[in-house]
Design a protein around this ligand. Structure first.
Ligand code: NIG
Ligand code: FE
Length: 407
């Protein structure tokens, strides 16, 4: 079964060879073909090229993409898609002067979400997550990482992870990775006894999570007031013993040491990175760890943005992800993220597209499957409405310029 997408104004992110990520100044380069064709075979990319070289094949279905841009779907490598309730009251509290850290210290924030999640039935959590996921697919997201971390008890963490597993089973056309984030905050009862909670995660939760194959990665919120570097080390080591590679929250509010500890344990990615300096850059250089920026959270909290230019100038492979969650970024819209990356992080449209396609795929270890228009990769595509250029996508912010998503 062959599907032809014909007369594509611009086919974006075409990569012949198996490039797994793009770094530094290479990020400005986004390979494109004007007036292109793309042929899909079942769920895979069969071939592509200029219309002038369209091969003579038995085509079953043709989609005309005149005036339209075709690009790979967004790969969102950092979300907290499963949650029980919104938190708009904290949003109002912040407008009235409280900080994110002050709200968290009072039992709001992550602990607020954990209290709501504890009483939510698994079925309801699943239905809410399905609604969010389907909405994100319409907005062009074709692969997604989802974290636990609003459970903070054995029962609730397992409940979240089982919801994610069910999403994986029911959406096989959307690659989903799950991260175990019990180390997201200390429950109130453990405020004075951190080690007891860490022991509980390591000796009670991890064996169950790993035993049921419920997680792909181990996540820790390494931050002042949350998990220290030493605590993070213990947790990452335990995760590795169970086969879970790290993917961590680092340097959101302070230079927490999170980047260095992530690199030390060969994390797939270190995410957030609002607060960065030379030592962090040095640690990332020469490592395989992908620096993942979550500017949606900085936007929504009114914080300073991630130094994307500094990371790109240091020749690093910058990735962008949404951080969709009810507290710090209640939107998983990767199209809005594109605009924030361009206007606030001063990334070019080409750099931003590379960051949320190919480098997003690398940050989920999906570089063989997703992130570019390459023969054999998944036919996971965004077809835009008629638009004048690629730069028009981040430029016309707030518009929905996606006509069709194929996954
Ligand atoms: O990535 N920073 C830690 N975790 C989430 C926010 C969690 C929350 O406030 O619910 C984040 O921003
Ligand atoms: Fe997060």
């Amino acid at each position: 079964m062959l599907t032809l997408i014909a007369n594509i104004k611009t086919l974006v992110q075409v990569r012949d060879e198996a490039i797994s990520r793009v770094s530094g100044h290479q990020m400005k380069y986004l390979p494109q073909i004007e007036n292109a064709y793309l042929i899909l075979e079942g769920d895979r990319i069969h071939s592509y090229g200029p219309m002038s070289a369209l091969p003579m094949l038995q085509i079953n279905e043709t989609i005309d993409a005149s005036g339209r841009i075709v690009l790979p779907t967004w790969v969102d490598s950092h979300t907290h898609l499963v949650f029980a309730a919104s938190r708009e009251q904290e949003f109002v509290d912040r407008i009235n002067g409280l900080s994110y850290a002050e709200i968290a210290a009072k039992g709001g924030g992550i602990l607020n979400s954990a209290a709501k999640l504890a009483t939510a039935p698994e079925e309801l959590l699943y239905e809410q997550a399905v609604g969010r996921l389907e909405h994100l697919i319409q907005l062009g997201t074709g692969a997604i990482e989802i974290k636990s971390g609003y459970g903070l008890s054995t029962e609730s963490e397992l409940k979240m992870l089982r919801v994610i597993r069910r999403l994986k089973e029911d959406y096989p056309h959307i690659p989903i990775k799950s991260s175990f984030l019990a180390a997201h905050a200390f429950p109130m009862v453990y405020k004075e006894n951190h080690q007891a909670y860490i022991d509980k995660i390591i000796t009670e939760m991890l064996p169950l999570v790993a035993g049921e194959g419920l997680a792909d990665y181990m996540d820790v919120f390494c931050e002042q007031g949350f998990f220290s570097v030493t605590e993070t080390e213990q947790l990452l080591e335990a995760g590795l013993k169970h086969g879970l590679k790290p993917k961590i929250h680092a340097n959101q509010l302070h230079r927490s040491g999170g980047v260095q500890v992530g690199v030390k344990y060969n994390a797939v990615s270190v995410d957030h990175l609002e607060s960065m300096g030379e030592e962090e850059i040095e640690a990332l250089r020469g490592s395989n760890t992908i620096p993942t920026l979550l500017p949606g959270a900085a936007f929504f909290l009114g914080m300073h943005y991630q130094p994307a230019r500094m990371l790109i100038d240091a020749d690093l492979p910058v990735c962008l992800a949404s951080d969709f969650n009810p507290g710090t970024c209640p939107s998983g819209n990767m199209n809005t993220l594109l605009t924030i990356a361009c206007t606030q992080l001063r990334m070019t449209p080409e750099e931003a597209v590379n960051a949320q396609t190919l480098n997003g795929a690398a940050a989920m270890e999906l570089e063989q499957e997703m992130g570019s228009i390459s023969v054999g990769k998944r036919a996971s595509l965004i077809i835009t409405r008629p638009v004048p250029s690629l730069a028009y996508l981040p430029y016309a912010f707030g518009e929905n310029l996606i006509e069709r998503v194929i996954v």
